[in-house]
Structure formats: structure tokens, C-alpha cells
Design a protein around this ligand. Structure first.
Ligand code: PLP
Length: 411
């Protein structure tokens, strides 16, 4: 079980940041980024204060220690997502970078007329790289239908658009606005029945639930450390080893080759180093390892259970309010997207902010979804395991104030 008051002591932001009212912030923008516990901050500090050297380049003891720590971060990620081999874990700068590496890395498998399937609920990071590759190779982008009630792509929905021409299906396990959790294992089966590769954007799922790549049988998984208590600037690209081995890297430079010659011949490293050109975010890897260890100590099952409880309270509270339109009433994760009737989303967010509550407003980088939702912007509240029941109740209480939303500008 989660002892939230104890957990909050691990996060300096709750102590150090005070709202205009002098209170700790009600932070409900966790889908954008999360707060970091002391253990993550001190792991990063350790790299800079006690163990600074480049990785994979030095032959002295200090550099060796850094190599060991950096590779142990890889091992930690491997264990966390249950990959078969640690060579399947490549460090990138985040989900966006990972999906770019995958999309442009698969370019050599794509021909004119081949299909790439996405959904209209995807984040820009899981749309634009595919647009780029499709344009270059003459591929067709198709959109799997979103189940109207659940807000997810179902296996049946995917079956309605997939064909023998489909080479790649790329979907978020949890999308960042509709927040539903899809059945990725069943979706992978549909993809594989058509010999299509299944790319999973795990940015909003890996931080919140246990994700097991072997069990899901996804071909690739991308996620970011900063959404799971880790530092910004580091993320993960997981790929099945044979696929990574065949894929050309997006970036070239030091560390990703074993030799190159004046005539232009380049002998590449094997994965994962092939995908880690240049000096990596070594401090970030220390921080990501600490973040995973922190989450594992709490337990992913406990995190999921606790977040479910917060979600139920939030959704049932908002449902009771006549002045609130909820866009994902059936979602099962901590993302709740809504609008206050007749109030522009940014005005609502400003009002919440005036009450010490941080929520996100706008299009959330899912711009094509706004046509689907038939609105120009929404408010998104997203929880994490350090949120309290009081945080949720405060949001609901403020949402009731419908008529006063413009007061934020005048108080
Ligand atoms: C579903 C989803 N995919 C991808 C991203 C991009 O993540 P990053 O900005 O860490 O690269 C986000 C970020 O919000 C996201 O929510």
C-alpha cells in the first residue's frame, strides 16, 4: 500500500515550492513531467561530484567505474521492462528521439504504397516522424479508428484498417489526452498476423503500470525518464535485437562505429552502441536507474492501484458537475481531460492556477485529436502516486466555481 504522506517527503518540490498562498502546489500535470525524488537528484549529483568521466572511452579506473554504472542503468531498464537482452535497450534523449530513430531506421523496409497505421489520438512525436518517412518513401498513412466509448484503438478497430500492405503500426499504449489503456498484447497479435511491426509509445504507460515487452510482444517500445521521476533529456528505445541489428542508426559520430576509412567505409558497432552516437547523457542514465529503483521500491502494482483510486474519485467528482464536459469518462488511467462549459481551456487553467492547482490546457501536442473531439482546446489533469485525495478534492471543488472562472484575471 502507498503511504502518500511518507512518499511526499521524498520529493523536494513539495517542500521547496510554495504557491502564492504559501502552500505546496497541487501538481496535476504529471503527464507532462513528474517531480523527482531526492534519490534521483543525488544519483545525478554523484555523477558530477564523485564519478565524472566519459563512458565507453577511458582505460583508467574512474572511467571504468562510469562504464559499469552506465551499463548497470541499462541492465536496470532491461529488468524493469523484462527485455530479453540488455543489448535491446538503447539510451536516447526521450520518447520523441526514440520514435524518430525507429521511424527513420525502418525506412529501408518501406516502399511506395506501403501503409503505416497510426491513430488520431497520437502525440506529435508518434505522428510527425512517420509523416516524414511516409513522404520520403511514398507510403500511405492510415488511422485506426478510436473506440468512441473507450477512447482507444481496439484489436477489432485495428483489424478494420490493417492490410497486407501494412508494414508498421505505431500506437501509444496510453494516449496523452484520452488516457485509455489499449490491449497492446492483442494489438501486437493482429500486427504480427499481417507481418506488420508493432511500435509502442510507452511515454504515458511505462511510468504508471508494469510493462513487460516479452509478454506484450511489441517490436519496439519508446519512453522518457522525466515522466517517471527521472531526469529530463534521457529516454529509452527498446527493440527486438534482430530488428535493431538490421536498422541503420539515425545519428553518426563517436562511439557508434568500430572503424572508418578515408574511402568512406564505416564499420558500425552492434546495438545498442550503434544508436548512441556522441557522448551520452551519462548523468541522465544514473538518474534513470535511480528512478526505476525508486518506482520498484514502491511497487508498480501499488502505484497502479493507488492511481486507480485517485482516478475514480476524480472522474466521479467531475461527473457530478453540470458545468463540466469530460472527454474521456471511461478512461482507466490518471489522465482526465475536460472543459468547463463556456470557459476557454486556458482561462480555466489560469483560474485553477490562481487556486494553487497546476493543470495543463491546450492541445497537448495531439493536434489532430482536437477535430475528433470537436473542440479547440481542453484542460487535462493527470495524477501520479504522490498526489493526495485532498489534491483531487481541491480540483473538483474549484471546478464547481464555473461562473467565477474569469476572476483569476481580476483578483
Ligand atoms: C504519448 C506521448 N508520446 C510521446 C511524448 C513525447 O515525449 P518526450 O517529450 O519526452 O519526448 C509524450 C509527451 O508528452 C507523450 O505523452
Amino acid at each position: 500500500m502507498i503511504d502518500v504522506n511518507k512518499i511526499r517527503e521524498d520529493f523536494p518540490m513539495f517542500k521547496n515550492y510554495k504557491t502564492a498562498e504559501g502552500k505546496p502546489i497541487v501538481y496535476l500535470d504529471n503527464a507532462a513531467t513528474t517531480f523527482k525524488p531526492y534519490s534521483v537528484i543525488s544519483a545525478i549529483e554523484d555523477y558530477y561530484m564523485k564519478e565524472t568521466a566519459n563512458a565507453h572511452r577511458g582505460d583508467y579506473e574512474l572511467a571504468h567505474n562510469v562504464d559499469v554504472h552506465y551499463e548497470s542503468a541499462r541492465e536496470t531498464v532491461k529488468r524493469f521492462i523484462n527485455a530479453e537482452r540488455k543489448e535491446e535497450i538503447c539510451f536516447t534523449s526521450g520518447t520523441s528521439m526514440s520514435i524518430n530513430v525507429i521511424a527513420y531506421g525502418l525506412e529501408h523496409l518501406l516502399n511506395s504504397g506501403d501503409e503505416i497505421i497510426l491513430s488520431e489520438a497520437e502525440h506529435a512525436s508518434n505522428v510527425l516522424p512517420w509523416f516524414g518517412v511516409a513522404k520520403k518513401k511514398g507510403c500511405i498513412i492510415k488511422y485506426a479508428p478510436i473506440d468512441e466509448k473507450l477512447g482507444i484503438v481496439t484489436p477489432k478497430g485495428l483489424e478494420s484498417v490493417i492490410s497486407k500492405k501494412t508494414k508498421v503500426v505505431s500506437l501509444a499504449q496510453v494516449t496523452n489526452v484520452l488516457g485509455g489503456m489499449n490491449d497492446s498484447k492483442a494489438l501486437a497479435k493482429v500486427c504480427h498476423a499481417y507481418n506488420a511491426l508493432f511500435v509502442l509509445d510507452g511515454a504515458q504507460s511505462v511510468p504508471h503500470v508494469k510493462v513487460d515487452v516479452l509478454d506484450l510482444d511489441c517490436d519496439f517500445l519508446a519512453f522518457s525518464a522525466h515522466k517517471m521521476c527521472g531526469p529530463t533529456g534521457i529516454g529509452v528505445l527498446y527493440g527486438k535485437y534482430e530488428l535493431l541489428d538490421q536498422m541503420p542508426p539515425l545519428l553518426s559520430g563517436g562511439g557508434m562505429n568500430t572503424r572508418f576509412e578515408t574511402c568512406g567505409n564505416i564499420l558500425l558497432q552492434r546495438p545498442p552502441l550503434k544508436f548512441e552516437a556522441g557522448t551520452q547523457n551519462i548523468a541522465g542514465a544514473y538518474g534513470l536507474k535511480a528512478a526505476i529503483e525508486y518506482l520498484e521500491k514502491i511497487g508498480m502494482n501499488n502505484i497502479e492501484e493507488y492511481e486507480n483510486m485517485l482516478h475514480e474519485r476524480l472522474i466521479s467528482g467531475l461527473k457530478k458537475l453540470d458545468n463540466v464536459v469530460i472527454y474521456n469518462p471511461y478512461s482507466t488511467t490518471g489522465i482526465v481531460t475536460f472543459n468547463i462549459k463556456d470557459v476557454f481551456a486556458q482561462d480555466a487553467a489560469t483560474y485553477f492556477s490562481s487556486k494553487g492547482i497546476a493543470v495543463r490546457s491546450g492541445q497537448h501536442c495531439a493536434k489532430i485529436l482536437m477535430d475528433y473531439l470537436k473542440t479547440s482546446a481542453t484542460v487535462r489533469a493527470s495524477t501520479y502516486f504522490y498526489n493526495t485525495i485532498e489534491d483531487i478534492d481541491k480540483l473538483i471543488e474549484c471546478a464547481k466555481d464555473g461562473g467565477n472562472f474569469l476572476d483569476a484575471y481580476f483578483s
